[in-house]
Design a protein. Structure first.
Length: 258
């Protein structure tokens, strides 16, 4: 195994100093509804982004090739670049791509940006792939229930419209020993994500979890989510998790999304 691949597989907990603070200084985490559609329709980082950045930067990224899918504000991509990675950031929203370019310039790092649908990503050999996809379940009639860039959170009727595509494509994009980090809510089927990645031959586990109060999007469609069976009517918070999956053995192929 190459030195780069060995480091990609490492789970070292020595975080490069200043990475998290540099990101959150320029891209503030907020739950303010009025902030959700600022900066040209780009969803600003929330607790899920912070959890993913913490997990990502807990290991040495120097010189690794990192692919950030559904980059949004670019916070995760910039964090990886600040930690010394060679970063490609992908989003289907041109506003997100523009925001990521500006965020990288403001942070003084280089991030290659690509405006493309997930299914069109074909470049391979990445040491680390990160993704914070739209994952909020969207029962029929709730698509317009929250103010802001709906493409950033609407995950389809079961929350898995994008997650299933991510699980299908990432195994084929990884280098030997490469790692995938996906953040999502418990509302959108953590077990389904773990099962899909394991079925593709990746060693998979939940490595981080945090309970957070419902954000503005979930609150806006609370009744519909309760009626659809996603929420306990007595609950006022949800678990968000980071799922880590590593490629071992023979290279898997791209699966077709369910």
């Amino acid at each position: 195994m190459s030195t780069t691949a060995s480091r990609a597989e490492s789970v070292s907990r020595q975080r490069p100093l200043g990475v998290r603070s540099a990101v959150t200084d320029s891209l503030l985490i907020t739950s303010d509804v009025s902030a959700l559609h600022r900066v040209q329709d780009v969803y600003r980082p929330q607790e899920d982004t912070a959890l993913l950045v913490d997990e990502l930067t807990s290991a040495d990224l120097s010189g690794l090739r990192v692919l950030d899918l559904c980059t949004g504000s670019g916070a995760v991509a910039v964090a990886a670049a600040l930690a010394g990675a060679q970063v490609t950031a992908v989003d289907s929203c041109r506003h997100a791509v523009a925001r990521t370019r500006r965020s990288a310039a403001d942070a003084g790092v280089e991030v290659r940006t690509v405006c493309a649908d997930l299914a069109d990503v074909s470049e391979t050999g990445f040491d680390v792939i990160t993704c914070n996809p739209p994952y909020v379940p969207t029962p029929p009639g709730t698509e317009m229930s929250a103010v802001g860039p709906r493409h950033a959170w609407n995950g389809g009727p079961d929350g898995r419209a994008v997650l299933d595509v991510v699980c299908a494509i990432v195994p084929g994009l990884l280098a030997d020993g490469g790692t995938v980090l996906i953040v999502q809510s418990e509302l959108s089927g953590v077990d389904a994500t773990v099962a899909a990645l394991r079925a593709a031959g990746l060693r998979t586990e939940v490595t981080s979890e945090r309970r957070i109060p419902f954000g503005p999007v979930v609150r806006a469609r609370h009744d519909a989510l309760v009626e659809s069976g996603f929420l306990d009517p007595e609950s006022d918070d949800e678990a968000i998790v980071v799922i880590r999956a590593q490629r071992t053995g023979d290279r898997p192929g791209r699966a077709e999304p369910a």
